[in-house]
Design a protein around this ligand. Structure first.
Ligand SMILES: Nc1ncnc2c1ncn2[C@@H]1O[C@H](COP(=O)(O)OP(=O)(O)OP(=O)(O)O)[C@@H](O)[C@H]1O
Ligand SMILES: [Mg+2]
Length: 265
């Protein structure tokens, strides 16, 4: 793939925690407009990779280029303003806020955050607040959470919290959404719905997705491209069908002891 077609280009990322070498050379590209999966056994370094790409953690070596900009080691709020937003392996909603408030506090880069605007340009501040509220209500309707808008986030089911997590991430119209196990712990009906939301967002808003996922049936159904990680490095890239034929990939899963790619899908 030509670098021009890549919204994200990651080169030789390395990161250790004391003696634990979590990333030992992660290199891959994510094509603009694709839904790309990141798979690999537990402990392969997937979450560490997400953390480094999204600016939650600095790498010790390597580079991350996002949408033509070198963002290596940039803090997450900076990266988010450029259009790269991530979600977490464990949902991180604000439990004591309502569903609507959870969306209203998501990052926006509003001018209204500056006191000067609030005091001296109140009409502009109000217009932005109104647009922000309209966007929040539209996103909630899209995710089937509109009826829950005034409920406390803590009262939602696990699956609804997953939807809320995605809805919050979508608020800022990201160019790239990085999802860390969005389907974990939710029932099959909701998995189907979440997958539909992701594909609809790609269609409607042109969002690119990079998604850590253990459920290989889901990966096969919805992802254009799959990146395999094992022991801190990227091992192979391709479609699920191609990867199933790749002995190195099959063996990584077997020695990881968890999933046999041949037995799934
Ligand atoms: N903050 C940390 N401090 C120390 N070790 C860490 C830290 N974060 C991750 N590790 C270690 O780095 C390795 C990679 O962990 P990581 O969470 O990135 O794997 P993963 O592929 O996301 O696994 P899973 O599929 O279980 O979510 C593991 O050995 C883990 O114990
Ligand atoms: Mg993880």
């Amino acid at each position: 793939m030509a670098a021009d077609d890549e919204i994200l280009s990651v080169h030789d990322l390395r990161r250790s925690f004391g003696g634990v070498r979590a990333l030992t050379g992660a290199t891959f590209g994510v094509g603009r407009g694709t839904v790309t999966a990141l798979i690999g056994p537990n402990g392969a370094g997937k979450t560490t990779l997400v953390n480094v790409v999204a600016g939650a953690m600095k790498p010790q070596a390597g580079s991350v280029v996002f949408d033509g900009r070198d963002i290596t080691g940039r803090p997450s709020h900076d990266v988010a303003l450029n259009g790269l937003i991530r979600t977490f392996q464990i949902s991180r909603e604000y439990p004591a806020m309502t569903v609507l408030e959870n969306l209203m506090v998501s990052p926006q880069g509003q001018t209204g955050e500056h006191l000067w605007t609030v005091l001296f340009r109140p009409s502009r501040y109000r217009a932005e607040e109104r647009a922000h509220l309209e966007r929040a209500l539209e996103v909630l309707a899209d995710f089937g959470l509109y009826e829950k808008r005034n409920d406390y986030a803590r009262s939602l089911s696990g699956g609804q919290k997953r939807l809320l997590e995605l809805a919050r991430a979508v608020m800022a119209r990201p160019k790239l959404l990085v999802l860390d196990e969005p389907m974990a712990g939710i029932n099959p009906a909701l998995i189907t719905r979440l997958a539909e939301h992701i594909l609809a967002l790609r269609e409607r808003e042109g969002t690119t997705f990079l998604m850590v996922e253990h459920n290989l049936d889901v990966v096969e159904d919805m992802c254009d491209n799959v990146i395999v990680m094992a022991v801190g490095r990227t091992l192979a890239t391709g479609t699920m069908a191609e990867l199933r034929e790749n002995p190195e990939v099959v063996s990584a899963y077997l020695t990881g002891g968890l999933v046999d790619v041949r037995a799934q899908g």
